[in-house]
Design a protein around this ligand. Structure first.
Ligand SMILES: C[S@@+](CC[C@H](N)C(=O)[O-])C[C@H]1O[C@@H](n2cnc3c(N)ncnc32)[C@H](O)[C@@H]1O
Length: 450
């Protein structure tokens, strides 16, 4: 097949998996930021990559303020991609040719700026046209100029007609429809439009730290900060008083009750949010993960938090590893599609596929069976996933031999009765705690070894 991309197209080096040639970015910082955003959309939408890794490379020469803007611009575009493409379709007489894919991204970014981020229209129009020139597509500057002006004039009205569900791929929408019903599926899609707040778990003295961090204390005990600020420069970070953890992610470990003095195996532990909770609550934690790189992060996190002496780190495959003697409790945070964290990683909307959840269920089953073998009779296993997909949640418990469900009670999770199912499982959805800013989607079940 002939590769029709023009070798001189500064944006084309990224448009093929494995391509490493980085083009020289524009000198003008305003344009350089938008150019980085185009390259990131190419990485995610054309090359199927998660955002974090190319983000470091593509923004390394930018000022911190511009880096933050690029992230906001790209994540906003990804959150609203279905609606944005709907608006652009209304303004384009024919689709943009594949070889000009980068220019399509320029228009998507322009729509996000004009219609969502409220960038002054003239600035968005001018930078889009300049970027199109820089991308070696001078023949399209007229089109970009016309479309961005239309966006500024009529875009808001057209956007209002684009259903929010368009941002969710059809297969994913269908799974939520079946699992939670239309009203809840819609609320999930609406929650995904917004940047999540910063949630913090403190080792102790939540009210005191809430004041110092200008945060509110949630009913679950987490602190929630809405204001801006680099995490590492906030008070208490260096001294290891707290760590970043979504409010929903704190709930599974709480289902183990009082763990002081107990030995708890934390399976699939890295980077250690739940390990830290258990260790801070006085448990001796055996933290098992098969990824050495992720365990290195866990190790650094425990060192910063002053919890390392309560944690034994084991690099192993948890399906085959066993403790020397059975333990009191196992927390299994199984690998999953992570569709419960789309607010943080909106690219997942485009990267996940219908077959992904099914592909993980065999591993989830094996890990759950292994967990049952690790606890003493009467001991507790908490199974959890940060997924909204039903096949990764309650469906996994059907085949769990030797484990009986011990229903979750709302008072164990800050009184959030809406997050407890009729079967006694924990099921958080992104719109729960909505007025306070939502929470990640988690499933958890507490099981007792019979
Ligand atoms: C959802 S993340 C865990 C997050 C962690 N529990 C926390 O709270 O910070 C899933 C982890 O499972 C690990 N993992 C996947 N398969 C595994 C296996 N067979 N054995 C051990 N760890 C595994 C991955 O390396 C990854 O770190």
């Amino acid at each position: 097949m002939t590769d029709r991309r023009r070798p001189s197209d500064p944006a084309s080096a990224h448009s093929r998996k494995g391509a490493v040639r980085a083009p020289r970015p524009p000198r003008d910082p305003v344009l350089a930021a938008r150019h980085a955003a185009v390259r990131l959309l190419q990485a995610v939408l054309d090359d199927g990559r998660a955002l974090d890794e190319p983000f470091e490379t593509e923004t390394r020469l930018l000022e911190p303020r511009d880096r933050a803007f690029v992230r906001l611009l790209v994540t906003t575009t990804l959150r609203r991609l279905g609606q944005i493409d709907g608006v652009l379709k209304a303004f384009l007489q024919r689709p943009i040719a594949r070889r000009h894919g980068a220019v399509k991204h320029v228009l998507r970014l322009a729509a996000a700026q004009i219609l969502v981020l409220e960038t002054p229209a003239h600035a968005a129009v001018d930078t889009s046209v300049e970027l199109t020139k820089f991308l070696n597509a001078p023949g399209l500057t007229g089109l970009v100029n016309a479309v961005t002006r239309r966006l500024a004039r009529d875009g808001a009205a057209v956007l209002a007609d684009q259903d929010v569900r368009l941002n969710t791929p059809r297969w994913l929408w269908q799974t939520w429809l079946e699992a939670y019903g239309e009203a809840a599926a819609r609320r999930i899609a609406e929650a995904h439009l917004h940047e999540p707040p910063l949630d913090i778990t403190v080792k102790a003295d939540a009210p005191g730290w809430a004041e110092r961090l200008e945060a509110e204390v949630l009913p679950t005990g987490s602190l929630r900060r809405r204001g801006p600020g680099m995490v590492a420069s906030l008070p208490g970070y260096d001294e290891g008083a707290w760590w970043v953890q979504d409010a929903a992610a704190t709930l599974p470990a709480r289902l183990l009750g009082d763990v002081a003095g107990k030995t708890v195996v934390d399976l699939c532990a890295a980077p250690g949010g739940k390990t830290a909770q258990l260790a801070a609550a006085g448990a001796h934690v055996i933290a098992v993960d098969r990824s050495g790189a992720r365990l290195a992060r866990l190790h650094d996190n425990m060192a910063r938090l002053g919890l390392a002496d309560r944690v034994t780190v084991v690099e192993a495959d948890a399906t085959t590893w066993r403790p020397d003697t059975p333990v009191d409790a196992v927390l299994l945070d199984a690998p999953c599609t992570a569709t419960g964290t789309i607010r943080r990683h909106p690219e997942a909307l485009r990267l996940k596929k219908a077959a992904d959840a099914e592909a993980l269920t065999a591993l989830q089953d094996a890990l759950l069976a292994a967990s049952a073998e690790m606890v003493t009779p009467g001991g507790t296993v908490v199974y959890c996933v940060c997924s909204l997909q039903p096949e990764e949640g309650a469906a996994r418990l059907a085949g769990a031999a030797g484990l009986a469900v011990d229903p979750v009670r709302p008072e164990e999770i800050g009184g959030l009765a809406e997050c407890v199912t009729a079967e006694g499982y924990l099921r958080t959805l992104p719109f729960h705690l909505g007025e306070a800013g939502g929470m990640d989607g988690f499933f958890a079940a507490r099981l007792i070894r019979t």
